[in-house]
Design a protein around this ligand. Sequence first.
Ligand code: BGC
Length: 380
Amino acid sequence: MKKLKTLAIVMAALMVVACGSEEKKESGIAIIPAENFQKNIGGKEVVLMTIKNNNGLTAQITNYGARLVSLWVPDKDGKFIDVVQGQNTIDSYMNAYELYYGATVGRYANRIANGQFTLDGEEYQLDINDGENHLHGGSKGFFTVVWDAEQVSDNTVRLAYRAMDGEMGYPGNLDVVLNYSLDDDNTLRITYEAETDKPTIVNLSHHSYFNLSGAGKETINDHMLKLYASNFTPTDENLIPTGEIWTVYDTPMDFTEFHAIGDRVEEDYEPLVIAGGYDHNWVLDQADGVKVAAEIYSPESGILMTVYTDEPGIQFYGGNFINGTDRTKDGNGTHGFRSAFCLETQNFPDAPNHENFPSAVLRPGEKYERVCYYAFGIKK
Ligand code: BGC
């Protein structure tokens, strides 16, 4: 009798497991197990958290670099597909060739020439990690640190980090709080807050590599992009802005109407040749307030992503440096040249060294507050 009872319990358990995995397969959502991210780095525990909205959209976020690991959204047939490139274990993130997958970059996202700036008459030297320049906060920027993490609700996580005075060369202890929430209007909302105890500079951004046909797909050349920007900031050969602001009209930088990314990327236009493709900061036509910055869709999946922000700029990076080294999350392939794009809402690169660019200075008593929203729908 006892044996029979045990058998019944085992069978019931097996059925639950079987149904559970079937459900996952049907919806297309292959949740990465939280165990894959269990690791202690410098005395802090890494975690992987899963959030969901009431329509089934699902995201996974790790506190290692406050990164978005996976994001499943429905395609035109209602099938959920993961639209961000990444890694499926903490070790592979730490060993990845591409350092910024899904990461929160800062204290100053993008480049600062020679890693130098002057604030209130003081000169500061930042960590140099990109040729002679400083990129995305330096070699131990916010994308490499373990943030304090809290799952606030089914659809929201909160991450916090205190960057110390002098860390990567920046002045001031900076307290950063960041929320990711997956809301029922099918929008991933990222909100940033920061406060400092000394004058400093801040520019936080999100570095997901999207492919709206699916994270393992080969190219984004067919994606149709629209940017709400009539101007951009050209750069030198090290991708440092020259300080000029150029019109996009009559150039391959004009995305004021939808264009396929691949259509003009190889044109003989100096800023494109210098950068090896699209890798520039566009100046948003509406500088202040939350507004639409970009819309992009995949004709294959039908997925349309609309980017909102209150920042003055957006970096559209077309994945020119992705080189086939890192494996896809499903392990079936590698991430190749131009297989994903980033749309990084931000202040302008190197703004602390250009008086005509928006100020990036944060002073004690002030609060840095910014938002970046990625809203998902289907292109009609
Ligand atoms: C920059 C690229 C850089 C990449 C690194 C982007 O934000 O615009 O120039 O190579 O980050 O992943």
